[in-house]
Design a protein. Structure first.
Length: 213
């Protein structure tokens, strides 16, 4: 059995991709850019500033804003997003997550969170799962975001677990790419057309419970 389970947050443990999408949609509309759910798939797993660049490129406005203006747009999006997740509680955890965490811990394995989101610590606290988690990667402490392997490698280094003994769990294409680049087993949660690089594909994170013996 694997010794370290590195979970992505958004789209794996809870459904925040809708909130990220709505907050970006509103922010982008204010500068005349319309985004749809297809574009949102590309924003999953990538950092706030990388998401903004993708949106600006989509609207042919990649070079239309100064760094300061871009920071201000990203801050506006984050405020909208935080308003939407501030009332998150245990009820927002996907079904089976707590049971899965308890099972992993009962086998003596470790749990880390490898999210690109700077809001992950707030969500972890709001949803009451900090007691199960051995380490949360701070995306500001690694050089490159997903699809680079840095976030996943950081968790394995800090917790002292070889990459062969790690599994990463992701809902985004960039995340699966990052796990594979780290040399770890990749579990994809979602659709095959988006997550074709995953070693194991599941519809829902709760399906992992029966895979651990
Ligand atoms: P924030 P994950 C990612 O989280 C989201 O999927 C992505 O859409 C978002 O842009 C990124 O976090 C950064 O989030 O603006 O809160 O720092 O899927 O890696 O858990
Ligand atoms: Mg995700």
């Amino acid at each position: 059995m694997k010794q370290l389970f590195i979970f992505d947050m958004d789209g794996v443990l809870t459904e925040t991709s809708e909130q990220h999408y709505l907050a970006w949609k509103e922010t982008a509309l204010k500068i005349g850019i319309e985004i749809n759910r297809e574009l949102n798939e590309k924003l999953k797993g990538i950092s706030r500033m990388a998401s903004l660049s993708t949106i600006l490129e989509h609207g042919n406005k990649l070079n239309a804003y100064s760094e300061q203006e871009k920071e201000s747009l990203a801050t506006k999006k984050n405020r909208l997003y935080q308003e939407m997740i501030t009332h998150f509680t245990k009820d927002n955890l996907f079904e089976g997550v707590e049971e899965l965490f308890i099972k992993i811990k009962s086998k003596g394995a470790k749990i880390a969170i490898g999210s690109a989101s700077k809001n992950a610590p707030m969500l972890i606290q709001n949803m009451g799962i900090e007691k199960y988690i051995d380490y949360v990667v701070d995306p500001d402490e690694v050089k490159n975001g997903k699809p680079a392997p840095d976030i996943f490698l950081k968790a394995s280094e800090v917790l002292g677990v070889k990459v062969d003994d790690c599994v990463g769990i992701e809902d985004a294409e960039a995340g699966i790419e990052a796990i594979k680049a780290a040399g770890m087993l990749a579990v994809g949660i979602g659709k095959r057309d988006i997550l074709s690089g995953a070693d194991i594909l599941l519809n829902h994170v709760k399906e992992m419970i029966d895979m651990i013996d």
